[in-house]
Design a protein around this ligand. Structure first.
Ligand code: AMP
Ligand code: FE
Ligand code: FE
Ligand code: ZN
Length: 274
């Protein structure tokens, strides 16, 4: 089994890198991609553990980008994880802009009358403190009942607590991934606000070279559409569960949402060949 999309406690997952490696072995995943948001730290920690466990690890990352004013997630895969120096520097800049946003987001939420501090969210987020960690604190303090309500009432782009963060443009992020020798794959295309088929030529022009056809949020029909678009536009294909652990308990490593995912065994071979 193969799974090329997963998160650890180094971003917004609840499994530590060591626990994720264990979970992969337990569930029969043979090749695992770790794609934390804006950081390689989970992959770096998991690598020696995976080697010991006989698990093949693929170095990955998930970047939040802006495309036509909308937020679009982009996956980067590095089949050879050396020589990522420049990319790591650039990612350091993204992390700094996130920290600056978090300071302003705390101020905004406090202005709205919520008792929440930077220390509290950072205790849950560590190196990559993001809005899901803010949501967690709001739930724990009883301001909201669920992650969804936290976003709807306070954190979503359309909600009253939202503050902007400098996110890279889609094309800029693609270029950084490609320059580092990586494969740039459009994450969970079902979540795009715009029609993906219509966007495809401009995504190709930006340098995109893969699409995540297989994902826990995709129906078989949607997967078929993305495979067809990949074929039509000469894109490689990636796939993964988007495992986050206990925050999304219905999603399982390797098999997706209650078993709805089956990623062909040759996906990684094709990435290598491509
Ligand atoms: P950040 O990168 O800190 O701005 O947080 C973005 C993350 O928050 C995304 O990767 C999603 O996991 C989560 N997220 C964003 N919007 C929503 C939403 N409306 N509902 C639930 N989770 C969301
Ligand atoms: Fe996430
Ligand atoms: Fe995502
Ligand atoms: Zn993800």
């Amino acid at each position: 089994m193969i799974d090329l999309h997963s998160h650890t406690t180094e971003s917004d997952g609840t499994f530590s890198p060591a626990q994720l490696v264990e979970e992969a072995v337990r569930s029969g995943v043979r090749i695992l991609g770790i794609t934390d948001h804006d950081t390689f730290s989970g992959f770096d920690q998991a690598l020696p553990l995976a080697r010991k466990a006989g698990l093949e690890l693929v170095c990955g990352i998930e970047l939040s980008t802006k495309l036509n004013g909308y937020s679009v997630h982009l996956l980067g895969y590095f089949l050879r994880a050396d020589g990522l120096g420049d990319l790591r520097t650039w990612i350091g800049d993204l992390q700094a802009s996130r920290r600056d946003r978090n300071v302003r987001l705390i101020a905004r939420l406090r202005e709205l009358g919520l008792d929440i501090t930077l220390d509290e969210v950072q205790a849950r987020g560590g190196g990559m403190t993001g809005r899901p960690h803010f949501a967690q604190v709001l739930i724990e303090k009883g301001y909201v009942k669920s992650m969804q309500q936290a976003f709807d009432d306070y954190l979503d782009e359309s909600a009253k607590g939202y503050v902007t963060r400098r996110e890279p443009q889609f094309a800029e992020a693609v270029q950084h991934i490609r320059k580092a020798g990586g494969i740039a794959s459009l994450a969970h295309p079902i979540r795009l606000r715009e029609d993906v088929a219509a966007l495809m030529p401009s995504l190709r022009t930006a340098g995109l070279n893969a699409i995540e056809a297989y994902h826990s949020d995709h129906s078989p029909e949607q997967t078929a559409l993305y495979l067809q678009l990949a074929d039509q536009h000469g894109l490689l294909v990636t796939g993964g569960s988007d495992f986050h652990g206990a925050v999304k308990p219905e999603i399982h490593l390797g098999t997706g949402r209650n078993g709805n995912l089956r990623i062909p065994e040759d996906v990684v071979d094709r990435l290598r060949a491509g």
